[in-house]
Each structure stands twice: as C-alpha cells, then as structure tokens.
Design a protein around this ligand. Structure first.
Ligand SMILES: Cc1cc2nc3c(=O)[nH]c(=O)nc-3n(C[C@H](O)[C@H](O)[C@H](O)COP(=O)(O)OP(=O)(O)OC[C@H]3O[C@@H](n4cnc5c(N)ncnc54)[C@H](O)[C@@H]3O)c2cc1C
Length: 384
C-alpha cells in the first residue's frame, strides 16, 4: 500500500507532491496528461506574493523565473468603479514588497513543476487517469480508467484533478453567476510599467493584468453581450473597451485571442472524506474577480504537505488528521470564497444607494493606511 496517491499533478497537485519530496513517504502522483503536455494551454495565472514564497520554498520559482516572459510582476493595482467616485491604488513599494503579485504562464509554471518533480523520488505517472476514489476506514482505493488495471491503495488519496468529481463522499455546491468572462490579449501604445487595472461596472468587474509586453483582459458580462462583443471588429471592440474603462486607461492599440468562459462558484462541502481530501480547484473554483482561486489552491497544497510531514506516520490519512487539516484551512477558504462572492454582489449594481457607499469604501481604503494594508494583505496572502 502507498502512503499517498495524488490524483492530478497540475499546478496544485504538483506543488503538493513537491511539499512531500523530502518526507520519507511512498508517494505516487497520477496525471492524465502525456508527459511534457499541459492541460490548460497557455492560460495565465494570477499569483500572489504569498504563492511566490511557497513556490520559492518548493524549488519552482527560480526555474520559472529563468524562462523569458514567463513571469510579469504587478507593481501597482488601480481599483476604480464606473459611474461612481472613489479610486484606490495599491502599491507594492508601500507594502515593502517587490511586487503585489505576478502574472504567470500556466504552461511555464506546469513545466517548472514537472521539472522539479522529476528530480525527486516521487513516482509520477503520466497518461494515468483515475476513474474514481472510494475508501474504507483502512485505505483509499484509486480505480484507474484503463480496463483491467489494478486499483492503487493508499493511506490517503489527495484529489487535485481540478474538478473533484472522482471522489466519493464529497458533494459540491454550485452557484451560476449567469455571466461569462471574455478574455483577450490587449496591446497598448505605451509600456504598462507593471500597473494592473481593476474596474467595477454595473455589468460586472473587468481587469487588465500586465502580461509580457501586453495586457491580459478579463471582462465579465452577460452571455448575449459577450456573443456580440466577440463578433465586433477589432477596432469596434477596442472602442467599446475604451468606453468601459473611461479615463482610467487610454491607448488601447490591438486585441487578439478573444474567447469566453462561463463564471460560476463551485466548492466542495466538506473537503475531506474517509481517507480522501480535495485541494485546489477540486476544493473550490472561484469567480476570477479577486484573483484568489489559484492562490487558495496553492495554500491548500502547502498546508496539507506540512500537516502530513508533521503527523506521525500511522496517523496519516486518519479521520483526526483530516479533520484537523480541514479545520485549519476553513478560515482562509471561507474568507476567500466569501470575499470573492461578496465583491461580485457588492459591485454588481448601479443603484446610487450602493454606488455611493462602495465609492466611499474605495476612497476610504485609499485614505486609511491600516485598512488598505489589511485589504492588500488579504489579497496577497489570504486570510488566516
Ligand atoms: C476557463 C477558466 C479560466 C481560468 N482563467 C484563470 C486566469 O485567467 N487566472 C487565474 O489565476 N486562474 C484562472 N482560472 C483558474 C485556474 O485555472 C485554476 O485555479 C488552476 O488551474 C487550478 O489548478 P489545479 O491544479 O487545482 O487544477 P487544474 O489546473 O485543472 O489541473 C488538474 C490536473 O489534474 C489532471 N487530471 C484531471 N482529471 C484527472 C483524473 N481523473 N486522473 C488523473 N489526472 C487528472 C489534469 O491533467 C491536470 O494536470 C481559470 C479557470 C477556468 C476554468
């Protein structure tokens, strides 16, 4: 029997495997990907400063930063709202850190993790898909998708498959925002200097994240508006974008790679079951408004690794260990979910009754350093 079987060696499952690299444990990681492939193409991930520190400890950051264009630091975030007053600027220097966060290429991060994993004793099996995880009090059985393959047995199954659908005994709550995120790459007629923009409109939030020498755009809207926006010519699309950002951002020059994806909140309740635990997007998939989802997943991975390394071997995967881990993660997790979901509600209306207080909130945030620091800390490191 193995000590730990990990279902999914994506960015979160891979980070978790690395957190166990120095422990004297028999660990197997399964991933349906072919070796060297990436699941998500070249999606960009918003990484917090706290997540960077974790990847540094796991030996991934240096590899990642060595890849040209793989990491773009965010040194300032300009937060504003359409049709109301109030603007705040979060500045890295004021927080005493080199960057508020980073925009990172999913592909480059995955390959840095794969590379780091290949240098450990962890048995990573590519092209291996788990069909289900079922458990007895003594062990978890991981049934593989291939016909006639023998199930793997482990003291603990850690599911980081991005969906959480393989594991028995863990239900998922789902809230559909009835909106989509339109994403695209946007070229400007001047350098971005690492400044990100987040703007709240009655339609939903929109963000420009510096990415290489362009911006990555995330623009939330209703599915029918998105369909119309996808059909616009580049020039008309850029004009619509400029109208929505108002005077906050000017100089939109090119747009490429426009596409959409549906927005929903999904989270596992509970995150642990007999001999099993879900982490990363398998535990919670959030609206991208605050860039919290992936960062929560990285903290899940790191904290679970620490809990396992600190536990006596015969306690590995037992109910008490899993309950303690779930309780420890709960404040950060629920705060991340509530914060993200709350922002979507707070900024999703044009009513003057709400737009005044929220403008005030943004202005106050700018004028009150301790509050601003607390807000920035929550965005950077999570709430724990
Ligand atoms: C459409 C979309 C767009 C997004 N855009 C952004 C963005 O712009 N910025 C941002 O920060 N975040 C974004 N996110 C969120 C971000 O992609 C996730 O937070 C992140 O990918 C979660 O990492 P993960 O390792 O938990 O899951 P995943 O990245 O989904 O990785 C799961 C891994 O498990 C493997 N796997 C899956 N099923 C099995 C199985 N049955 N057996 C074995 N292996 C399996 C897969 O091959 C994969 O390697 C987006 C999410 C979605 C859905």
């Amino acid at each position: 029997m193995h000590d730990v079987v990990i279902v999914g060696a994506g960015p979160v499952g891979g980070a978790f495997a690395l957190a166990l690299a120095d422990a004297d444990l028999d660990v197997v990681a399964l991933d349906s990907r072919a070796a060297g492939a990436t699941l998500r193409g070249d999606r960009s991930l918003a990484l917090s400063h706290g997540a960077r520190l974790i990847f540094e400890r796991l030996g991934v950051w240096t590899r990642l930063a060595a890849v040209a264009g793989a990491v773009t630091p965010i040194v300032e975030i300009d937060v504003s709202q359409a049709g109301g007053f109030g603007v705040t600027r979060l500045v890295a220097q004021e927080q005493g850190i080199p960057a508020l966060g980073y925009v990172v290429s999913y592909r480059a991060l995955q390959s840095a993790i794969d590379d780091a994993l290949a240098r450990t004793g962890i048995d990573v099996r590519f092209g291996a898909t788990a069909a289900s995880v079922v458990a007895t009090p003594a062990y978890a059985s991981i049934v593989l998708g291939e016909e006639k393959s023998t199930p793997l047995h482990a003291r603990l199954a850690v599911v980081a498959d991005g969906a959480g659908t393989t594991v028995a005994g863990i239900a998922r709550e789902r809230h559909d925002y009835l909106q989509v995120a339109l994403i695209a790459k946007v070229g400007m007629d001047a350098p971005h200097h690492g400044i990100a923009f987040e703007r709240f409109t009655s339609e939903g939030p929109m963000a420009l994240l510096p990415e290489g020498d362009r911006y990555g755009l995330v623009w939330t809207m209703t599915p029918s508006k998105a369909e119309a926006a996808l059909a616009l010519s580049d020039a008309d699309f850029l004009a619509a974008l400029a109208r929505s950002f108002g005077a906050r951002v000017t100089g939109f020059a090119q747009v490429a790679e426009r596409r959409t994806f549906p927005l929903r909140l999904e989270f596992a309740r509970p995150t642990v079951a007999t001999r099993s635990v879900v982490i990363g997007n398998a535990a919670q998939a959030l609206h991208p408004i605050a860039g919290q989802g992936f960062n929560l997943g990285v903290r899940d991975a790191y904290e679970l690794g620490r809990a396992i390394v600190c536990a006596p071997r015969d306690a590995l995967g037992d109910d008490a260990m899993l309950a303690a881990f779930a309780a420890r993660r709960r404040p950060d997790r629920y705060a991340g979910i509530a914060f993200t979901h709350g922002l979507t509600r707070l900024f999703a209306t044009d009513s003057p009754l709400v737009s005044w207080p929220r403008g005030l909130a943004l202005t106050l945030l700018d004028g009150l350093p301790p509050l601003k620091r607390a807000f920035t800390r929550a965005l950077l490191f999570g709430i724990s």
